[in-house]
Ligand binder design. Structure first.
Ligand SMILES: Nc1ncnc2c1ncn2[C@@H]1O[C@H](COP(=O)(O)OP(=O)(O)OP(=O)(O)O)[C@@H](O)[C@H]1O
Length: 185
C-alpha cells in the first residue's frame, strides 16, 4: 500500500515549485502530503553542522549560504546510492492518496520513483522566463545554476505536463485545474 498518485514537480530556481505545490496543497488539503527530497539532505546537513533546520528549509538567505556545499555533499551520497534521499523522504512521509514531491532535480530521481511506484507517478515541469525568475530573486550563480542538480532535467522530454508559471502563463486557476486533471482519482 502507498499513495495512489505521486506528482513529481521539477523546475529551475524561482520557477515557482514551492508556490504552485503550496496552492495545490490548499486545494487537496488532507488528501495530499508534500514531500521534499531536500528534506533528508537538509536535516542531515543541519545535524552535521549544528544549524537550524527550519531556517534551512524555509526560503531565507540562509539556505543560499549552504546550497553549494549541500549540493556537493549530496552528490557524493548519490554516487553511492542514487535513491538514498528519495527513499528516506518516502519512508518519512505519511500515507495519503496523493503525494506531491516538490523538488525533483535529476533523471535518477524520476527513475527511482518509476522503479518503486510505476505508473502511479506523473512528472510535471514548471517553467518561467528568466526575467520573471529574476524578479522573484533569482541570481545566476556559477557552481549552482550550471551543474547537474539544476540542469539534469533540462533535456528531459517526457513530462506529463509542462506548466508555464512565467509572464506568459495561464491564470493560476487554469494551471491548477490542469494539474488536477492528471490526478482524476
Ligand atoms: N505565479 C506566481 N505569482 C506570484 N508570485 C509567485 C508565483 N510563482 C512564484 N511566486 C513567488 O516567487 C518566489 C519564488 O517562488 P518559489 O519559492 O515557489 O520558487 P522555487 O522554484 O521553489 O525556488 P527555489 O528552487 O529557489 O526553492 C516566491 O516568493 C513566490 O511566492
Amino acid at each position: 500500500m502507498g499513495p495512489t498518485i505521486i506528482l513529481l514537480f521539477s523546475g529551475k530556481r524561482k520557477s515557482g515549485k514551492d508556490y504552485l505545490t503550496d496552492k495545490l496543497k490548499g486545494l487537496l488539503s488532507d488528501k495530499c502530503q508534500i514531500l521534499k527530497i531536500s528534506e533528508p539532505i537538509k536535516s542531515h546537513w543541519a545535524k552535521m553542522k549544528n544549524l537550524n533546520l527550519d531556517d534551512l528549509l524555509s526560503d531565507k538567505e540562509y539556505k543560499e549560504q549552504y546550497r553549494l556545499e549541500m549540493i556537493n555533499w549530496s552528490d557524493e551520497m548519490r554516487e553511492k546510492d542514487y535513491g538514498c534521499f528519495c527513499r528516506t523522504a518516502c519512508q518519512n512521509a505519511p500515507i495519503k492518496p496523493i503525494w506531491i514531491v516538490s523538488d525533483i532535480r535529476r533523471k535518477t530521481d524520476i527513475q527511482w520513483f518509476k522503479e518503486n511506484y510505476g505508473d502511479r507517478i506523473k512528472a510535471i515541469r514548471i517553467i518561467a522566463d528568466d526575467e520573471t525568475r529574476r524578479k522573484r530573486g533569482f541570481e545566476y550563480k556559477e557552481g549552482i545554476d550550471n551543474v547537474t542538480s539544476e540542469c539534469d532535467l533540462d533535456d528531459y522530454t517526457t513530462w506529463d505536463l509542462v506548466v508555464d508559471n512565467g509572464r506568459n502563463g495561464k491564470p493560476l486557476e487554469e494551471q491548477l485545474n490542469q494539474i488536477l486533471e492528471l490526478i482524476k482519482l
